[in-house]
Design a binder for this molecule. Structure first.
Ligand code: 5GP
Length: 130
């Protein structure tokens, strides 16, 4: 059965899309720990990120770098933090989280965002993705 993230890539489940390349896809985390929390995934459905072959792994990291640059431009932050957990969804993904302080990288704390805020933020991030 396809992962929830594969269904997002296929357009079967909606998302707030941020960026897409031939092999990678980025969208806003539905339960963000900070405004601008983005997930970057390979389209290929591999559970554990370190099981990706070298080429796919490198491609995902470079893609995440491009997305992080967009986040840095759009979201007020000191730096964009990076995390890989993968304990909930068995489809490799990189969390990108705008940080003002270390406390912003707290996966037990979530921020509330209205639907329109998700829409506007995703559009702004997409516009700044280079
Ligand atoms: P992890 O697998 O890294 O522990 O966490 C999975 C992440 O995916 C969580 O931050 C969760 O909020 C996010 N997530 C789970 N399901 C969905 C979904 O259907 N849409 C989006 N946009 N994010 C999701």
């Amino acid at each position: 059965m396809a992962s929830i993230f594969s269904k997002i890539v296929a357009g079967e489940i909606p998302c707030y899309k941020v960026a897409e390349t031939e092999n990678c896809f980025a969208f806003l985390d539905i339960n963000p720990v900070a405004k601008g929390h983005v997930l970057c995934i390979p389209k290929q459905e591999v559970d554990y990120i370190f099981d990706l072959d070298e080429k796919a792994y490198a491609e995902l990291q470079v893609f995440a770098q491009r997305v992080a640059k967009s986040i840095k431009k759009v979201c007020p932050c000191t730096k964009v933090g990076v995390a890989v957990l993968g304990l909930e969804v068995p489809h490799a993904h990189i969390h990108l989280i705008p940080l003002q302080s270390e406390a912003d990288m707290d996966f037990h704390h979530h921020v509330k965002m209205e639907q329109q805020e998700f829409v506007d933020l995703a559009a702004e991030l997409a516009k700044n993705f280079e």
